[in-house]
Write a protein that binds this ligand. Structure first.
Ligand code: EPZ
Length: 421
């Protein structure tokens, strides 16, 4: 990426105080494309002010939609003026979620030409299940010259059985099926909070979706959907990142505006480490004073331990008391942060997909490079834990998925700022 600034973090300050979590990245990148399933305007609130949101707005504007975006306030999309179904690589390369334009454009008008997506390099990330599902709905799909060309005279409801639980695949089929003729049943569906949020959004547009959040989602297609106003849920992974940062610095942080039930897998693991976690309706408080116990983690689809928090908690475990293991079952190459943590003094081995971490008494600040979004979160957390100063390069990755992360951390007492290179 070679972007033009670096983050400087002087470790050792415990994070103390209150903070507010932003709207969810992975729900926002599904809900924004869904607005084009109607010709009427829709307004979305609580969107995080992050580059993935900005990139999707650029895509909608390129297609001809009118977008009125006030960061941290609202986005209103007026899709009526859309006059294209072609999404170029110059835009899709910026985020994985650009492939939701396939389902949304097919659902809107039966035609989509979308360049392959970019996004974090954490594995091969094929889209075979998306293709399988969209084909089942009656789309003809051609993959050539780096583009996916999809066309359907009329989308028809169908049974879609995913061979693997896929968040993106589930979302793409929901988008295309919402206006298909007849009923679609998705078996082996993903159950993440953002799947439920998308179903609620589509239902607020007049769609008829039942079962989101379970393995089986039933979608009865509607000819036309109407505009809506909707507030997206808070970000589950930012909440988890802030919880881990509070624990990593032996601090005392209360996170407002979150949904504690979304955090249960992480909360259980922090409690196992001896960290205090208490909950209110929409708050979580994390307190940590003593040495952390080493634990074992296995990433799973929701409601299991989320793969997106595997990298941040690996940083936390680098100074736990004893040997921890982290088994990454979702993405085969989500380990690029390990080399950077080793530069800071971590004792880590990788055996196939299992990370073996021998806790050390101290990490040391060092120059490190971010390779993907959640690796960035892991390195920031390690910098907060380390003795001395850590220089973090390629901070643009963080801006893709976290809304002003260092401002939030600085407000909690972290010694963190950016410098132009
Ligand atoms: C979404 O990615 C998230 N991204 C990821 O978050 C998250 O890690 C992932 O879901 C799992 O929760 C967005 O929501 C934009 P998958 P996605 O399809 O949809 C394989 C972050 O940090 N697979 O559930 O790409 C795939 O290779 C990002 O916010 C196929 O084999 O994930 C992976 O091994 C990183 N064929 C597994 O399924 C397919 O057609 C799960 O992938 C699709 C997926």
């Amino acid at each position: 990426m070679y972007n033009h600034d670096k983050m400087l973090i002087k470790g050792g300050s415990p994070l103390m105080g209150e903070t507010m979590v932003s709207g969810g990245k992975n729900t926002s990148v599904a809900v924004i494309p869904a607005t084009i399933l109607s010709d009427e305007p829709s307004t979305i609130e609580n969107l995080p002010d992050i580059d993935d949101v900005h990139a999707l707005i650029e895509i909608l504007e390129l297609l001809g939609a009118e977008c009125e975006y006030v960061p941290d306030q609202y986005l209103t999309v007026r899709p009526k003026s859309i006059n294209s179904h072609h999404v170029p690589f110059s835009l899709t390369r910026r985020l994985r979620a650009s492939y939701y334009m396939l389902g949304a454009l097919l659902g809107r008008g039966g035609k989509a030409t979308v360049a392959y997506p970019g996004g974090c390099e954490i594995g091969s990330r094929p889209i075979d299940q998306h293709v399988k599902g969209l084909s089942a709905l009656g789309a003809t799909i051609l993959e050539r010259s780096g583009f996916v060309e999809a066309e359907a005279k009329k989308l028809g409801g169908a049974d879609v059985f995913f061979d693997i639980v896929t968040v993106g695949g589930t979302i793409n089929i929901m988008l295309a099926a919402a206006t298909a003729e007849g009923t679609t049943i998705i078996y082996n569906a993903a159950k993440e909070p953002h799947i439920v949020d998308l179903a609620n959004f589509l239902n607020s547009m007049g769609a008829r979706i039942k079962g989101a959040g379970t393995d089986i989602i039933r979608i009865t297609g509607r000819e036309t959907l109407h505009g809506t106003t909707y507030t997206v849920i808070p970000d589950q992974i930012e909440t988890g990142t802030l919880m881990i940062a509070a624990a990593a610095t032996h601090g005392d942080v209360t996170i407002h505006g979150c949904i504690p039930t979304h955090m249960e897998a992480l909360t259980a693991k922090l409690l196992e480490m001896g960290i205090q976690v208490s909950e209110g309706d929409d708050i979580i408080r994390v307190r940590a004073h003593d040495q952390h116990r080493a634990i074992n983690i296995k990433t799973q689809v929701y409601p299991g331990f989320p793969t997106d928090l595997q990298q941040p908690i690996t940083a936390l475990l680098c100074m736990a008391n004893g040997q921890s293991t982290v088994y990454e079952t979702i993405f085969e190459q989500r380990f690029k942060h390990l080399d950077e943590l080793r530069r800071m003094g971590a004792h880590i081995k990788l055996m196939d997909r299992i990370v073996l971490i021998e806790g050390v008494p101290t990490l040391y600040g060092a120059p490190v490079t971010i390779t993907d979004l959640r690796a960035g979160a892991a390195l920031v957390i390690a910098g907060l834990m380390a003795r001395g100063t850590t220089e973090v390069y390629e901070t643009a990755f963080i801006d893709r998925g976290y809304e002003r992360l260092e401002d939030k951390l600085r407000a909690l007492g972290a010694d963190i700022h950016r410098e132009t290179l």
